[in-house]
Design a protein around this ligand. Structure first.
Ligand code: ADP
Ligand code: MG
Length: 699
């Protein structure tokens, strides 16, 4: 049998050394399989041939059949062009090339029948078609063409004659070669139950559909399959882990939890917090290890949920640990937790990179002997010499700074791995969550504590900064504080630091009656902490900073967030930054400052920010605007979205549907030995074995 996954495209008729290397370097197509799964990005109906005298500037792509009567070279320099005078007997049209003039002239002859395909436009009152596809009429069977596939190619490929048509021909050669029916990859029950087209049909039709109806069926089948195997992979991984690892059972809700709940809690839990605590209790009270992702917008009260979960551990005789991405945050958690616990008999300790050696020794001993109940810390906790007596629960705050590998490191801290609760304030759309964190169960806090005033967000152009300054003056007079944030990216570090320094100097002038602080990532951790503390205590009233304040920091008295060069931030980052204000009782404001000239996409981003305070809504909008590959958080997770046909922004419904189908398979065949599903498991294995299929961190 021909193994298309390993057979190089070099052996396909029509592909030689040169084309093979071009396909490899330009499109990453190396095997026959890669080529077969290189799908068209659009289709154009080519059953219709236009007459030249029907053409106008308003038409989309058209197809003509006729002859070139003469060539003419016109213009100089950048406007140098080759014009071919083309006619089908009804009228003349100019075919125009600005590049590859020599190649075109050598390739096409006069008075031969060609099929010309392109998009007409008007120039100087004449219709012309720039850079059309020109094919020998004898090579194309027009009435048989149906929808013509269009494949993405690069300029370099086109120069070597590998245009969309050439790719189509190679694929035709490949399909001819695959003369036996391609084997089904989904089990027969799935194919039947969901009315799917066979794989063989779908792969042939996706390239050369006769009509849109069958094209849609083929697309559906292939999307279904693509999403199905991603979900099957994740769900099977989660199931395996569940079967392999017993969990610690936190059977009771004990004294400390109850005392905290009834005596210490200064407010009622929100409905969403109650629901999530119940979900977590159910997990930790089963015999399986919990792996839960808790999503909640900034300020939704995740820390409290984390604390109550840790008290469950304590009541059942286990230790717990909460990890934060920065020292400032860890210290803040430590202080908050100690304050909230009041006089309860729970020992809480802090471990960060700056914990002194002198303090470490007794701390480590207390951890190992079980003297410490809750450890709050940073990455420092991951080190191998940090050992626990019996770690039952790990909470990871702000997930996207911790990778999957680090999660796994915490499991190893105990013979039975602890329950894991991952918290993130970067809400991600459901489709992404299912694909990225599909191995985690997801809880959502979709409700803010009562009494919060929504942050009022506005967008201004830089030339209106004066009115903004007088507004900030008023806020300062009322006793409030303000953040002013500047972007800082590595590639542009020097310039960015300079604009921060300039901005700082300028603001010191404008607000000369107040003290200002300055904070950026280039400062030493000690200096940063000091600046942060000065701002938190109200000593400084304006903090001019880069995005180092992005994560978690809590200064309830700050009521203004100014984001300079807002056009340079992504939506979810803007939303995160905005979440630094609105934490106290007073009305808060976020002001996005940009240049006057903005791209369409940036304008949209500013519009979304001023219109919505809802992190999930914003995340959905972000996914639609930018596509999943660029989403913050996905890059760090190491999963590339190498989807060939499905689209996470558009195929959410199908993804959810398919996830249930995959779950059905995992439930029905947990041991993977049911003959009905053998084909599915074999296919999953094969996909994972294929080298350039990127399954990211999960394998
Ligand atoms: P997150 O970590 O989700 O951004 P926090 O846990 O820091 O949010 O909570 C934000 C603020 O809201 C904290 O000051 C916290 O004490 C307060 N808070 C949390 N839950 C409630 C509640 N149910 N009612 C009132 N205030 C709450
Ligand atoms: Mg938090």
């Amino acid at each position: 049998m021909l193994d298309i996954a390993t057979r190089s495209i070099r052996f396909l008729p029509g592909v030689g050394e040169q084309r093979a290397s071009l396909l490899g370097s330009e499109l990453n197509i190396r095997s026959l399989y890669d080529l077969l799964y290189y799908f068209p990005y659009k289709y154009i109906d080519r059953s219709r041939v236009f007459k030249v005298n029907e053409l106008g500037g308003h038409l989309q792509h058209v197809q003509l059949v006729g002859e070139i009567r003469s060539f003419e070279e016109l213009g100089e320099g950048a406007s140098r062009r080759l014009v071919a005078h083309f006619t089908d007997g009804t009228a003349f049209v100019d075919l125009v090339w600005f590049k590859g003039i020599k190649f075109v002239k050598n390739r096409y002859g006069l008075n031969k029948q060609y099929v010309v395909f392109g998009k007409p436009s008007m120039f100087n009152g004449r219709v012309n078609i720039a850079h059309p596809d020109v094919d020998d009429a004898s090579m194309l069977q027009l009435n048989n063409m149906g929808l013509q596939p269009y494949y993405n190619t690069t300029e370099k490929m086109k120069r070597h004659g590998l245009n969309s048509n050439a790719i189509a021909k190679l694929i035709q050669n490949l399909l001819d070669l695959l003369n036996k029916e391609m084997e089904e990859t989904l089990s027969s029950d799935i194919v039947q139950k969901h009315g799917l087209m066979s794989l063989d049909n779908a792969l042939r039709i996706i390239h050369f559909p006769k009509n849109t109806k069958e094209l849609q069926l083929a697309q559906y089948r292939l999307k279904f399959e693509e999403l199905f195997f991603i979900q099957l992979n994740i769900l099977q991984y989660a199931r395996d882990r569940q079967m392999r690892y017993m969990g610690h059972r936190f059977a009771k809700v004990g004294e400390i939890f109850n005392r905290f709940y009834h005596e210490n809690l200064p407010f009622e839990l929100t409905g969403a917090q109650k629901r999530v605590v119940r979900e977590i209790r159910k997990d930790v009270n089963s015999n399986c290890q919990m792996n839960r992702l808790l999503q909640g917008d900034v300020g939704s009260g995740k820390t409290l949920v984390a604390l109550m979960s840790m008290l469950l551990a304590k009541d059942n005789g286990y230790q717990a640990c909460i990890l934060a991405p920065t020292e400032i945050l860890a210290e803040q958690h430590y202080a908050t937790i100690k304050r909230m616990l009041g006089g309860l008999p729970v020992r809480v300790e802090l471990l960060t990179g700056s914990t002194k050696q002198k303090e470490r020794t007794p701390l480590f001993e207390a951890l190992e002997s079980g003297g410490v109940d809750i450890l709050v810390g940073t990455h420092a906790v991951l080190e191998d010499n940090v050992l626990f007596y019996n770690l039952g629960l790990v909470v990871i705050d702000e997930q996207h700074r911790f990778g999957v590998a680090q999660r796994a490191k915490m499991w190893a801290k105990n013979s039975i791995p602890p329950h894991i609760l991952v918290m993130t304030a970067t809400p991600i759309p459901r489709t992404l969550a299912m694909t990225l964190y599909g191995d985690l169960d997801v809880s959502v806090i979709d409700e803010l504590p009562p009494g919060r005033k929504p942050i009022s967000t506005s967008h201004i152009f830089r030339n209106r900064a004066d009115s903004m300054y007088s507004f900030i003056h008023k806020q300062l007079q009322e006793g409030r504080q303000a953040y002013v944030v500047y972007p800082l990216i590595k590639e542009n570090e020097k310039l960015d630091l300079k604009s921060l320094e300039d901005g700082y100097a300028h603001l010191c002038n404008v607000f000369c009656d107040y003290s200002l602080g300055k904070l950026h990532g280039k400062m030493k951790p000690k200096e940063k902490d000091e600046e942060m503390r000065r701002f938190a205590s109200g000593e400084t009233r304006i903090l001019v900073s880069t995005t180092v304040i992005e994560v978690g920091v809590d200064v309830p008295n700050a009521s203004v967030m100014v984001i300079e060069n807002a056009e340079r931030f992504g939506l979810s980052q803007l939303h995160q930054l905005r979440g630094r204000v609105g934490r106290g009782a007073s009305q808060s404001y976020c002001i996005l400052v940009t240049d006057y000239k903005l791209s369409e996409e940036t304008r949209k981003r500013m519009e979304i920010m001023t219109a919505s305070n809802d992190g999930f809504e914003i995340a959905e909008a972000d996914l639609k605007l930018r596509g999943p590959g660029d989403m913050e958080g996905t890059q760090q997770s190491g999963i590339a979205f190498d989807l060939k046909i499905a689209n996470l922004a558009k195929d959410e419904q199908l993804l959810q549907y398919v996830r249930e189908v995959a779950r059905g398979v995992v439930d029905a065949d947990p041991q993977r030995n049911n003959p009905l599903y053998r084909v599915v498991w074999e296919r999953l294995r094969a996909i994972k074995d294929m080298k350039n299929w990127n399954w990211g961190a999960i394998s």
